[in-house]
Design a protein around this ligand. Sequence first.
Ligand SMILES: NC(=O)c1ccc[n+]([C@@H]2O[C@H](COP(=O)([O-])OP(=O)(O)OC[C@H]3O[C@@H](n4cnc5c(N)ncnc54)[C@H](OP(=O)(O)O)[C@@H]3O)[C@@H](O)[C@H]2O)c1
Length: 333
Amino acid sequence: MRIAAVRGHAPAITMLDERRAVCHNARMTIPLRQLGQSDLWISPVALGCWPLAGITSGAMSDEAAVAVMDAALAAGVNHLDTAYAYGRNGESERRIARAVRNRREQVVLATKVGIYWDQDGGLQRTGRPGLLRRHFEESCRRLEVEQVDLLYLHAPAEDAPLAETAGFFREVLAEGKTRAVGVSNLTVEQLEAFAAECPIAACQVRYNRLQREIEADVLPWCRARGVSVVAYEPLALGLLTGKFTRDHVFAEDDWRCRSPLFAGQAWLDNLDEVQRLRGRAAASGHSLAQWAVGWTITRPGVTVALCGAKRPDQIRETAQAMFLAETWQDRGD
Ligand SMILES: NC(=O)c1ccc[n+]([C@@H]2O[C@H](COP(=O)([O-])OP(=O)(O)OC[C@H]3O[C@@H](n4cnc5c(N)ncnc54)[C@H](OP(=O)(O)O)[C@@H]3O)[C@@H](O)[C@H]2O)c1
């Protein structure tokens, strides 16, 4: 067994094989996985910090957001995922700065540029290097860091050729302002074009037991190239916790009202499927939320699930899934 001192957790980590390791701290042994070919090692469950901006389902205070991050780190999570656009005024990034101020070394920090709020409160995309740089510099100021660990292109845009956009990421990597580059929401064709200009460590995409579109193309592309798949919405926005019923009434400003998962016949079909999955989760002795995250992080090619949370108990529950992965018994599809 090799011992390596690798960024991503303050103590040294023990390698299990080429892509898996464990990190020992005073309380527990945390499984870690290598992000692509980078020198970053991350826990298979990460905290997705979009809900911490207070837009998705009701407001969020600074204190409440910090409490969620405290709970995540205490549960063994070492990776926080945010974006320039998470909050109309960077609330998610500012709250992360507050939470990790005295423990930056313990956290692998990812942010994204390429989506921003315009003056009318609408979300816009850009791939223009000048604007991406301005947004990245602002992200660093909000996060109170000189360098991030992982910088993503949030989504493809039509205002610049993808090769130029990728050139910006190649420059930031060469400048040492990020340790690795990721992309999000790209097609395979776009992944090819980006990878021709800049090495990709991580590909962030929607993936959960109810939404498996990436299995047709993006997932095999990433597996073949050693690019980590970083799964977002592993809980299908909370649907895969099993807490919703047919008569649930969502608040008007609940972000879920925009998702096809919660509309029309699909909503009813999804509830039926959740009911079936509840049985599988119970057979494995775990909550449905843990089972759903466990399912995601045990799919070959998937490195990490980004679990969103609005309360400490939510991430405490889902973080447990990373300890299931090693002993995962459910061989069903
Ligand atoms: N790259 C992209 O384009 C992109 C897009 C979307 C997301 N992401 C990333 O992926 C992360 C995850 O996505 P997400 O946060 O939108 O969705 P998610 O992880 O599927 O669902 C998160 C929501 O489910 C509920 N929840 C979580 N744990 C729970 C538990 N144990 N019991 C009951 N309810 C629970 C919470 O909402 P309530 O309490 O309100 O029910 C929470 O905000 C984001 O935070 C973000 O970092 C990236």
